[in-house]
Design a protein around this ligand. Structure first.
Ligand code: NZQ
Ligand code: ZN
Length: 388
């Protein structure tokens, strides 16, 4: 097991009818900004309910945060935060709204050009770079990203999607009420299952470091997602299935399964380019890329792929290679069973466009990806060809 440091201050409030907790944990004298997306939280009446719980506090709203939140939109909110002296933000939505809110919290009083937050990439933004950070909380309406219990986010600017993170952008608290997601379209539920699945494989399908508990926690998440995935699609108001999806998606990317183990993240870096170039949903990009990546990288990942085949898919017969091939096949079949296509051509991407994608990877410096930094542009090109 590798050395690690684990820090996660977020309070999780899980279950039905928990909105009242907002009144308990938002300071009584707070000047609150409610942030939300394109309208689902308004249409469902959730924004009105949140405003009611905030009682006599001074409350303003900022809606219109897009899926794959855009820098220019978020900067408008940052200007509003300063002008209106907002001192607490409540994000109501999915990963885009929560990520966008994390960015707003950092950008509002950032000492330099806020673009520097995106230029920092995976380097955490430190307290020395901000005058102050506005605290925020989340009301999660889409189980997928784990953003409700982590310190990172992804923002779209000009020519790409850019990750950022900081220990100052963990939610103070997050309300995880599965019933708030019952209004989700099926494709978004499916996206969430895949996103949580691939967050887990990014931290598990690498190479063994004898991290037995982390492995079993990751395998538990993968097995559970396989078990409940199709129920979440077929029975959109099945509370128990959705409650399990909520908690698995949160646990997949709140830091706990990622401690002391090598991490890949190549599927995600390549996926972000597909979203930016072709507008494909984040979860769908991962469903396209993961089976192809596992095929191309099966030698580097042999030991953990074998463990994945035996422990997650229960494959006990055949040679090691046959078990691994079957596990990759089952992975693709699982994504397709959720109604998510797993070929680039299913989304209208053709072979001639592979060079454009590789060019964007080069431009963004994604030339040595993966747990061993040996996933080159050539590797990415091979994966994209296999994903056609
Ligand atoms: O815009 P609204 O009205 O909110 O509608 C959204 C959006 O159209 C809709 N939706 C959300 N909750 C709903 C609902 N519709 C009906 N009923 C509800 N209860 O669903 C659509 C997608 O929402 P979005 O927030 O974009 O989806 P998701 O939660 O999958 O977030 C995707 C974003 O998260 C980033 C991705 O890059 C992408 O920008 N990620 C964040 C991560 C993190 N912070 O750790 C890690 C992930 O790997 C990912 O990169
Ligand atoms: Zn993801």
């Amino acid at each position: 097991m590798m050395n690690f440091e684990l820090y996660n201050p977020t309070r999780i409030i899980f279950g039905k009818d928990k909105l009242d907790s907002i009144d308990k944990y938002v300071p009584a004298d707070a000047v609150v900004l409610i942030t939300y997306g394109g309208g689902s939280a308004v249409k469902s009446g959730l924004i009105e309910k949140v405003k009611k719980v905030l009682g006599n506090r001074k409350v303003m709203e900022f809606g219109g945060i897009e899926p794959n939140p855009r820098y220019l939109t978020l900067m408008k909110a940052a200007v509003m935060v300063r002008k209106e002296k907002i001192n607490f933000i409540l994000a109501v939505g999915g990963g885009s709204v929560i990520d966008g809110t994390k960015f707003i919290c950092l950008a509002s009083y950032f000492k330099g050009n806020p673009l520097g937050i995106l230029e920092a990439g995976f380097r955490p933004i430190t307290p020395a770079e901000v005058e102050k950070v506005i605290p925020f909380a989340a009301v999660l309406t889409l189980p997928a990203t784990g953003s409700e219990m982590n310190n990172g986010g992804v923002v779209t600017y000009a020519h790409g999607k850019f990750p950022f993170k900081s220990d100052m952008t963990f939610p103070v608290f997050s309300i995880l009420d599965p019933s708030l997601s019952f209004t989700l379209p099926k494709i978004q539920v499916a996206n969430g299952v895949v996103d949580a699945f691939v967050h887990t494989t990014e931290q598990y399908l690498t190479y063994p470091v004898d991290a037995r508990l982390q492995d079993r926690m990751a395998e538990g998440i993968l097995q559970t997602l396989v078990e409940i995935g199709s129920t979440n699609i077929a029975e959109p108001e099945n509370y128990d299935a959705r409650a399990n999806l909520y908690w698995n998606a949160t646990m997949a990317l709140n830091g706990f399964i990622g401690v002391g183990v090598p991490q890949d993240w190549a599927t995600h870096m390549m996926g972000h380019e597909l979203t930016h170039l072709f507008g494909i949903d984040h979860g769908q990009t991962l469903a396209i890329l993961l089976p192809a990546l596992l095929e191309v990288r099966r030698k580097n990942k042999h030991a953990k792929l074998l463990q994945y085949a035996e422990r997650v898919w229960g494959i006990s017969t055949g040679s090691e290679d046959e078990k691994i091939s079957l596990a990759i096949k089952k992975t693709r079949e699982f994504f397709e069973s959720l109604g998510i296509k797993t070929r680039l051509t299913d989304y209208g991407v053709n072979p001639a466009q592979i060079e454009t994608i590789v060019g964007h990877l080069r431009e963004h410096g994604f030339t040595q990806l993966g747990e061993s930094h040996d996933h080159s542009l050539e590797t990415s090109r091979e994966i994209l060809e296999k994903a056609l």
